[in-house]
Design a protein around this ligand. Structure first.
Ligand code: FAD
Length: 290
C-alpha cells in the first residue's frame, strides 16, 4: 500500500454559504478543499499531496499541533465565493488529520481465508467508491462460494476446490478494482493540481464539459457493478442508467454524438494524468511493485 496524500477531515454546524445539500471543490497547488453539506451538518476535507510517497509499513501519525498548522496554512483559502476555510475551522465540532493509503494487493486469499474491502483494495476517497468496492467484492465472493457449493451437491469442499474458488473470486475482481482505484487517483491528483498539467486540465478543460460530466463518468463505471447471481432481482423498476447485464442491443448508442462526448471525456481525463505517467507504471505502483 502507498500513501501519497494526507487529509484533514472534520465536521461542524451547517453553513449557508456552501449550501444545504451540496458539494464544493476548491483546488489549489497540491491541495484541494472539499465540503459536503447536509441540513444539520457540514463535512470538510483538506486533501494535501505529500512531498514524498510513503510505503507500508511506514505510516506516521500526526499530532494535534500538526493538524492545527495545516488548518492555519489554508485558513484564508475560499471554500465558496463568500466563505474561507478558517471560518468553518473555527466552528468545527471535531477534526482529525490522517494519511490516506491506496493500493491493490496481489494476494487476497490463503487457505480458508479470503479478504475483501480496504484490506486488499484501498483507494482515495475523492469519488466516494471505496465502500462500494468493498460491497462489490463481497457480492463476487458470495457468487463464487454459492456456485461452488451448488456444484458440490452438499459435499464438503476440499482445500483445492476452495483455493480454486477464491482464486476465481480474485481474478474476476482484479481488473475492475484496478480500473476504479486508478480513476480515483486520477481524480484526486487532478483536483489537487499535483502537476501544472493537472491544473491546466482541471481549470481549463474540465469546465468545457457539462456540469454533470464527472457524475456521468462515475455512473458509467457503476453500471458495470456485479449483482448477487443467486438472488432474483426482477420486479424492480428500471432507472435511467441501465445495468450492463440488462442492456438490450438497441440501447447501446453508437451514434456520432456519443462518440464525440466520449472523445471529449477521454481528452479531459488524459489531461488529468501527470506528464510521463503511464497506466503501466500506475498499475505497478498500485500493486506495490517498485
Ligand atoms: C474520508 C473518507 C471518506 C469516504 N467516503 C466514502 C464514500 O462516500 N463512499 C464509499 O463508498 N466509500 C467511502 N470511503 C471508503 C470507505 O470508508 C471504505 O472503503 C470502507 O469503509 C471499507 O470497508 P471495510 O469493511 O473494508 O474496512 P473498514 O471500514 O476499515 O472496517 C474494518 C474494521 O475492522 C476493524 N479492525 C481492524 N483491525 C482489527 C483487529 N485487529 N481486530 C478486530 N477488528 C479490527 C476496524 O476497527 C474496522 O471497524 C471513504 C473513506 C474515507 C477515509
Amino acid at each position: 500500500m502507498k500513501t501519497s496524500f494526507k487529509v484533514l477531515l472534520g465536521m461542524g454546524p451547517p453553513a449557508s454559504e456552501v449550501g444545504e445539500r451540496d458539494m464544493t471543490i476548491c483546488s489549489d497547488s497540491r491541495f484541494v478543499l472539499t465540503t459536503v453539506s447536509q441540513p444539520n451538518h457540514l463535512f470538510f476535507c483538506v486533501y494535501q499531496k505529500l512531498d514524498k510517497d510513503l510505503f507500508w509499513p511506514r505510516q506516521p501519525r500526526y499530532t494535534a499541533e500538526e493538524m492545527e498548522a495545516l488548518a492555519e496554512s489554508v485558513a484564508d483559502h475560499p471554500v465558496s465565493d463568500t466563505i474561507v476555510f478558517g471560518e468553518l475551522w473555527k466552528k468545527r465540532h471535531r477534526a482529525t488529520l490522517i494519511n490516506l493509503e491506496e493500493g491493490v494487493l496481489q494476494h487476497w486469499h490463503h487457505d480458508r481465508i479470503a479478504l475483501v474491502g480496504d484490506s486488499v483494495h484501498k483507494m482515495l476517497p475523492n469519488i466516494g467508491l471505496g465502500g462500494n468496492m468493498a460491497l462489490e467484492s463481497v457480492v463476487v465472493l458470495c457468487n463464487h462460494l454459492h456456485a461452488m457449493l451448488v456444484s458440490q451437491q452438499g459435499k464438503k469442499p476440499d482445500l483445492e476446490t476452495l483455493d480454486e474458488t477464491l482464486a476465481a473470486y480474485q481474478e474476476e475482481r482484479m481488473p475492475r478494482v484496478l480500473q476504479i482505484t486508478a480513476f480515483s487517483t486520477q481524480v484526486a491528483e487532478g483536483q489537487a493540481w499535483v502537476t501544472p498539467l493537472h491544473k491546466f486540465s482541471t481549470k481549463w478543460l474540465l469546465p468545457l464539459l457539462k456540469d454533470r460530466a464527472l457524475a456521468d463518468m462515475i455512473a458509467d463505471l457503476m453500471h458495470g457493478a456485479p449483482k448477487l447471481a443467486y438472488v432474483g432481482s426482477s420486479g424492480f423498476g428500471k432507472g435511467t442508467v441501465q445495468w450492463d447485464d440488462e442492456k438490450e442491443e438497441k440501447e447501446i448508442d453508437v451514434t456520432g454524438k456519443t462518440s464525440l462526448q466520449w472523445a471529449i471525456r477521454i481528452a479531459a481525463l488524459v489531461g488529468m494524468v501527470a506528464v510521463g505517467t503511464t497506466q503501466f507504471h500506475r498499475a505497478r505502483s498500485l500493486l506495490g511493485v517498485r
